[in-house]
Design a protein around this ligand. Structure first.
Ligand code: FDA
Length: 528
């Protein structure tokens, strides 16, 4: 390591005063000194525990409050880089001073993996990497990882009403985690995943090299499009292909509870939803609601849809293909595509500037799991599933069953790492939330029982799961020491099926010492 040079001394003092560090007694002072020597004349700030802003910077994007309790392990430092060279420096110093690096973009990791670790760690927070540059002429955009999907959607809609992007429903999720894990949303049946539309990327690897598509090679470029963030490097920005959307789309909601034939209608839905025209995406949200009898609860299946066209075309289409739903004109509303994103996010559709509000959604504690359903559930099976929502611990539970088929069926399983394609009827996302810490056990146990219940209906030979809703119940890497291919396959095959083998090969090639690691990162093979 270089000796402290006179020229950098003033800057070192700035960093140390911002971080509130005490050079003489702090055990990790070498890390800070390393950073201060490398990060010169930059607005990048390093926050450590002693800095008054540390808690607010740490909590700023934590969506799952389950991981922001006093006992949650905290990073030694949070670095908020403004320049690529500062990202390189952070990697260099973390590596050389024994800190694990967690990368955070939007902070929506459902298991808190971007800002919690069981070993000494620092967080690289990309909150300042959030440019969105939309080029309508070429129908592409460059979007930095720290931007949210809402900022991307807003940026596109500010320029044109006839282009969109097929990413997730929630507008506060970060581009970095979302695109590196797949990204399914309301345009999924028409166009596929967000990751299917990545055409270039800029990343920094474990050796500090800045790579683009050409220089990283097709294997690594394949891996970062859905193979999991924080396994291969820090992706700073993505070039994406935009997709056509009509200026007017139609959304609808039809609510049916247990007493209103919800199970029968669902039974029909799962048989036809994946076969409907690609312009029509439907989803069923199951949750507990108040019954019409005072003081009683029931369970509701809320059938929602987005049609890339007008009401007048939608109504006859549904009347022909899915008359059981009883869709009426008053269930439907016409709006722009960007407003439909807010509609599915259960937010007011105006003003669309809400898309820029990163704190628009309530932040609660949660646990999530996912399934891919390839064979229809029996009516009794679905009724049993709904009835589980009447148990204790389910006040804030929801399951979102999202129809697949369409474009999702057409893309090969190994095109990118996300493998859940042809033959999937719907993706099932189970979420349970709670407000009071003491309800955590009850709610998580319920979630695990619900997941067990669904085992007879989920994909059979291998129970598939969606990496973007990580589930550490499926298994984790060893905290210290090597994790074998066999051990990691337990969750790796569920997330990526046979693509897991290629991910391991890419990981072994790009990061053989496993610098980028987390609870469910893909491990490299040991060198012989
Ligand atoms: P966060 O910053 O927490 O990162 C998630 C993971 O990616 C971590 O492992 C992190 O280290 C890594 N990572 C982040 N930035 C990186 C970078 N620049 N380079 C390398 N690695 C990086 N999914 C979906 O498909 N459709 C949906 O509609 C939704 N909706 C939704 C709503 C809500 C409320 C939540 C909490 C989650 C979703 N998701 C979702 C899941 C979401 O796509 C997933 O959690 C993403 O990983 C979140 O990305 P963030 O950048 O926000 O997370």
């Amino acid at each position: 390591m270089k000796f402290l040079q006179f020229s950098v001394l003033p800057f070192l003092m700035v960093i140390l005063s911002v971080s509130g560090a005490n050079l003489t007694h702090h055990p990790h002072r070498d890390f800070l000194r390393c950073l201060s020597l490398r990060i010169e004349n930059s607005c990048t700030i390093t926050y450590t525990h002693n800095n008054p802003s540390y808690p607010s910077v740490l909590n700023a994007s934590i969506q799952n409050t389950r991981f922001s309790t006093p006992t949650t392990p905290k990073p030694y430092a949070i670095i908020t880089p403004r320049k690529t060279s500062d990202v390189q420096s952070t990697i260099f110093c973390s590596k050389n001073h024994g800190f694990q690096l967690r990368i955070r973009s939007g902070g929506h990791d459902v298991e808190g993996v971007s800002y919690v670790s069981q070993v000494p760690f620092v967080v690289l927070d990309l909150v300042n990497f959030r440019d969105v540059k939309v080029d309508t002429k070429n129908e592409v955009a460059w979007v930095q990882s720290g931007a949210t999907t809402g900022e991307l959607y807003y940026g596109i809609a500010a320029k044109t009403q006839t282009l969109g992007f097929p990413a997730g429903i929630c507008h506060t999720i970060g581009i970095g985690g979302h695109l590196s894990g797949g990204g399914f949303g309301i345009l999924g049946r028409k166009y596929g995943l967000a990751a299917d539309h990545i055409i270039d990327a800029k990343m920094v690897d474990a050796n500090g090299r800045v790579l683009h598509r050409k220089s990283m090679g097709e294997d690594l470029f394949w891996a970062i499009r859905g193979g999991g963030g924080n396994t291969f490097g820090v992706v700073l920005a993505w070039k994406i292909k935009l997709v056509p959307v009509p200026p007017v789309v139609t959304v609808f909601t039809v609510n049916k509870n247990l007493e209103q034939n919800a199970t029968k209608i669902f039974h029909r839905w799962q048989q036809i939803a994946h076969k409907l025209p690609n312009d029509l995406f439907t989803t069923v949200w199951v949750m507990k609601v108040n019954s019409s009898q005072v003081g009683k609860k029931t369970v509701e299946a809320s059938f929602k849809g987005l049609f890339l066209g007008r009401i007048d075309e939608l109504i006859p289409l549904i009347q022909y293909a899915f008359p059981e739903l009883g869709l009426a004109r008053e269930n439907c509303t016409q709006m722009s595509w960007v407003q439909s994103v807010l509609y599915f996010g259960a937010l007011p559709i105006e003003p669309v500037e809400i898309l820029l509000n990163r704190s628009a959604l309530p932040r609660l504690s949660l646990k999530a799991k996912t399934d891919y359903i390839r064979e229809p559930m029996s009516e009794a099976g679905f009724e049993g599933f709904m009835n589980m929502f009447l148990e204790e611990g389910t006040d804030l539970a929801i399951t979102m069953m999202e129809a697949f088929g369409g474009k999702m069926d057409e893309i090969r399983e190994n095109e990118i790492p996300f493998p859940h394609r042809s033959g999937v009827l719907f993706e099932s996302v189970y979420i349970v939330q709670w407000i009071n810490e003491e309800d955590a056990g009850l709610c998580i146990n319920w979630m695990r029982r619900l997941y067990n219940y669904m085992s007879s209906y989920a994909s059979k030979s291998l129970r598939e799961a969606y990496y973007n809703y990580k589930d550490l119940d499926l298994g984790i890497n060893n905290v210290n020491g090597y994790t074998s291919y066999e051990q990691a396959s337990v969750w790796g095959l569920k997330y990526f099926k046979n693509n897991f083998k290629r991910l391991v090969r890419v990981k072994t090639m790009i990061d053989p010492t496993n610098f980028f690691s987390n609870e469910q990162s893909t491990p490299p093979l040991l060198s012989p």
